[in-house]
Ligand binder design. Structure first.
Ligand code: NAD
Length: 249
């Protein structure tokens, strides 16, 4: 018996093969969920969905585009009669310092990480309200909590701190609808978001700051997402869960 038997789940930004979204999609599917992977490219999203097994969907959706978020949820509700789980996972970062950030950098990072979380939640909540509830998991970051890491810029920290604010405000607003909204704050997890962008010195500095002495793996975050998506966390809403090897101790 799976923890998500009979559930319908959407995960944004889940086409990246080594990413947190893909690992979460696989774990959800292994636990009985029917999954829709949303990402920028429909072919890549469908290929990622096919990897999960039969019956899963892959659709194009740029989460920075409100009309696209609404349209993809309309498409999905033609195939599914309910949506139980949304994971707002799509995100980008840029290794910039404060004085290097131009308006275009700021817009790009805020748009995907923060605006995208709002837009997709706005599209999904009415569907969840109709069916009596659901669980939304937002991907924040340790960068929101400790004022940046060695890689993400201050605009990324600001966006991810905004995700925590949105999570708590929307959790309060939609709790009466039995829609739970929680955030995960991953620490350093080896994925394409940093692949090829870290020098050995940067890597050593990162690992020195992690008491468990290793980078996280995508499945470490997926396990936490499974807990928050499932009924195991039935009375948790508005929380943030750290998955960081002890980085904040
Ligand atoms: P990744 O780069 O492997 O995957 C991100 C995915 O988002 C990609 O598939 C990309 O195509 C997609 N995406 C980008 N812009 C999009 C848009 N506008 N609309 C839809 N999809 C879009 O990254 P990851 O490491 O798997 O990160 C996943 C999430 O976890 C992100 O929100 C990231 O900020 C967060 N996070 C990652 C780490 C880490 O160390 N890897 C740490 C903390 C938080």
């Amino acid at each position: 018996m799976g923890l998500l038997d009979g559930k319908y789940a959407i995960i944004t930004g889940a086409a990246s093969a080594r990413g947190l979204g893909k690992a979460t999609a696989q774990l959800f599917a292994d636990h009985g969920a029917t999954v829709a992977i949303l990402d920028l490219d429909e072919g890549a999203a469908q290929a990622a969905a096919d990897d999960l097994g039969a019956g899963h969907l892959g659709l194009a959706c740029d989460v920075t585009d409100k009309a696209a978020c609404q349209a993809v949820i309309e498409r999905l509700t033609l195939a599914w009669d309910r949506i139980d789980i949304l994971v707002n996972n799509a995100g980008i970062t840029q290794p910039l310092k404060s004085l290097q950030i131009e308006a275009a950098h700021y817009d790009a990072v805020l748009n995907v990480n923060l605006r995208g979380t709002l837009y997709m939640t706005q599209a999904v909540v009415p569907v969840m309200q109709k069916s009596g509830g659901g669980s939304i998991v937002n991907m924040s970051s340790v960068s929101a909590q400790r004022g940046g890491g060695i890689f993400g810029g201050p605009h990324y920290s600001a966006a991810k701190a905004g995700v925590l604010g949105l999570t708590k405000a929307m959790a309060r607003e939609f709790a009466p609808d039995q829609i739970r909204i929680n955030a995960i704050c991953p620490g350093f997890i080896a994925t394409d978001i940093t692949a090829g962008k870290l020098t050995p010195e940067m890597m050593e500095t990162i690992l020195t700051g992690i008491p468990m002495g290793r980078a996280g793996e995508a499945r470490d975050v997926a396990g936490c997402a499974l807990f928050l998506a499932s009924d195991l966390s039935a009375y948790c809403t508005g929380t943030e869960v750290d998955v960081n090897g002890g980085s904040l101790i």
